[in-house]
Write a protein that binds this ligand. Sequence first.
Ligand code: ADP
Ligand code: MG
Length: 230
Amino acid sequence: MTDNVIELRGVSRRYDSGPPALADVSLTVAAGEAVAILGPSGSGKSTLLNLVAGLDKPDDGEVLVAGQRVDTLGEAGAAKYRRRTIGMVFQFFNLLDDLTVFDNVVLPSQLAGAGRADARRRATDLLTNLDIARYAQTYPGRLSGGQRQRVAVARALMNRPALLLADEPTGALDSASGADVSRLLSELHADGQTIVLVTHDPALAESCATRTVEIVDGRITADTAVGAAR
Ligand code: ADP
Ligand code: MG
C-alpha cells in the first residue's frame, strides 16, 4: 500500500489508425500534489485523463487510483468508482442546463445515495465557499463562463473526491475568468486536494501546479517540479 493517488504502469492506448495515443506511460502522483499535464494538441493528454477516470481502457498496462485497479473495472464498477473517487471538470463545463445551479451541484451526491439533508448542507457549503451561493436557484444558461466553471468545480467536489481531474478548465474562458478559475484551483490545492489538470496554458500550470508533466506523441518527455527550473 502506498499513498500514491495515481499509479500508471506501462500504459498504452492505441486507436485503429495512426500512432498510439499513449505509448508505455508510467507516472505516479502522490496525495496532495497538483500536477499540470502539458503538451501539444493530439499528444494524448485527454486520453491519459480518461484512463485515470475509468472512462477508457488501456490496451496495455495498469491504472491504479487510490490503491484500486481502475482498468479492470466493468461499466457499473467504473461508474461507482467515478462517483466516489473522482471529480471532473471539463473545458465546456458539462452542466445540465435544465437543472438549477443547486441541483447540478447536489446531483453527484444523490447518485451516490447520500442522505438528502447531508447532501443539501454540503452543496450549500460549497456554493458559499466558491462564492456562487447567490446563483443557487439560477439556471446555468444565465451565467458567465467563469461562473459556470465555478459551478462545475463545486459539483466535482461534492463527493469529496480523492482526485480532482480538470481537462482544459480555462480553455473556453476569457483571461480574467481563467485567472479566477486558476486561483480557485490553487486554493483547493492549498487545502490539500490532489489535482491533475490538463492545459495548453503555461501560465495556468505555473500558477496552480507543483509539478508539470509534458507529453508529446503519447510519451512523457519532461517531468519537472514547478520552481525547480527557475
Ligand atoms: P490531447 O488531449 O492531447 O489533445 P487526445 O488524448 O485527445 O489528445 O488524442 C491523442 C491522439 O489520439 C490523437 O491523435 C487523437 O486523434 C487520437 N484519438 C483520440 N480519441 C480518439 C478516438 N476516439 N478515435 C480515434 N483516435 C482518437
Ligand atoms: Mg484534449
